[in-house]
Ligand binder design. Structure first.
Ligand code: GLY
Length: 358
């Protein structure tokens, strides 16, 4: 088992990665403690034995699964349940699930009695590699993603790769969306992705990537916990990706892959992204999409989703679209485009999206 520590001005935590992480940490974390579990129906059904073993006596709320439930109503239900069972401010919340569970449970933990400790137990590749680490918590509102939230660092994150065994190819593809993002920020991760594209669905390879991506994320979060500068790099692919996600109903990770493809093209078009590097990056994105190749949406219908990019939190209200984009190996920068120009270039590059077939 590996331990990586996170230290920021607003909170610190430990991240434990390995098949022993749960057994090594959960008995100590739950003993003599008031605990509360937040999970979803899918995870609860799949991992009944896990809940019996570690949380037999624990109050729990089981949420319906899916991004559609990442809203105030669900947040309210969690808080109401915490209050009904009479949790005190010394209680500990355990978020067991994917990105939606982690984000919403983390926000509940940040609000209840002005903040209680919580532990992230991510069960999807996307949550293990990205969303469970770094203390961002949120719900969506009025069609805008993550617009209501708080920074609240988990006291611990327990990453057990065994959970990945039950994931579908589509879930793996979603996790690759965030993994490829780390590839644009870190030369070693990029080389791993570039040279081992045939292994994108291998659990051993994903486990190797998992550790590298978490290390990278921790380094970024320690530099800039509140996203005033460096942490913006973690939004590569996300501006257009969020617009695609809101319009299409595709999952977050696959929308990020599509967003990264289009924004890399935009960055190449603007003369920012090195062409040879950009071509390699596009190939990596394409092969990540091929892990479960399905063109569920026609991205050439740019008019359908382009205006949703205006809702992105990074924009400053000046009619420009702000994007974090790849530049060269291990380097990124912000690209700011007038909305009309963004739309025009997007219309061209969207025609170049590969049609994926098995
Ligand atoms: N998922 C992006 C971030 O944590 O900043």
């Amino acid at each position: 088992m590996r331990k990586i520590s996170v230290k920021t001005p607003f909170g610190a935590g430990g991240i434990y990665i390995g098949q022993e992480a749960l057994e090594a940490r959960l008995p100590a974390l739950t003993k003599g403690q008031e605990n509360f579990v937040v999970t979803d129906e899918n995870v609860y059904t799949l991992y009944g034995n896990f809940f019996k073993r570690y949380f037999a006596e624990t109050h729990a709320i089981v949420l319906p699964a899916g991004e559609a439930h990442k809203n105030f109503q669900t947040l309210y239900q969690i808080l109401e349940c915490m209050s009904q069972v009479g949790l005190h401010r010394t209680a500990r919340l355990f978020a067991v699930g994917g990105g939606v569970v982690g984000d919403i449970a983390g926000l509940a933990a940040s609000l209840y009695m002005r903040g209680i400790d919580y532990v992230q137990i991510p069960t999807t590749l996307l949550a293990q590699v990205d969303s469970s680490v770094g203390g961002k918590t949120a719900v969506d509102l009025n069609g805008v993603k993550n617009v209501i939230g708080a920074f609240h660092q988990p006291m611990e994150v327990l990453v057990d790769p065994t959970f990945l065994k039950t994931l579908s190819a589509r879930e793996i593809k979603c996790g690759l969306g965030e993994i490829v993002k780390y590839g644009t920020l870190d030369e070693e991760i990029f080389d791993l992705l570039d040279t081992r594209q045939a292994e994108f669905d291998s659990l051993d390879f994903l486990e190797e990537l998992l550790v590298a991506c978490i290390r990278k994320k921790v380094a970024v979060v320690e530099l800039d916990e509140r996203e005033s500068g460096e942490r913006k790099c973690l939004n590569i692919g996300h501006t257009t990706g969020h617009a695609i996600e809101l319009w299409s109903g595709l999952s977050h990770g696959e929308s990020v892959l599509y967003g990264m493809y289009l924004e890399t093209k935009l960055s190449m078009d603007a003369g920012i992204c090195d062409i040879a590097y950009g071509e390699k990056l596009l190939k990596i994105v394409e092969n990540a999409l091929r892990v479960q190749p399905q063109n569920e949406v026609d991205l050439t219908e740019v008019d359908e989703y382009v205006s949703l990019a205006m809702l992105d939190k990074k924009n400053l209200g000046d009619g420009k679209i702000q994007m974090a984009v790849a530049k060269e190996k291990g380097k990124w920068t912000m690209l700011s485009l007038d909305f009309d120009e963004y739309k025009l270039v997007l219309q061209t590059v969207a025609q170049e999206m590969p049609i994926l077939q098995r």
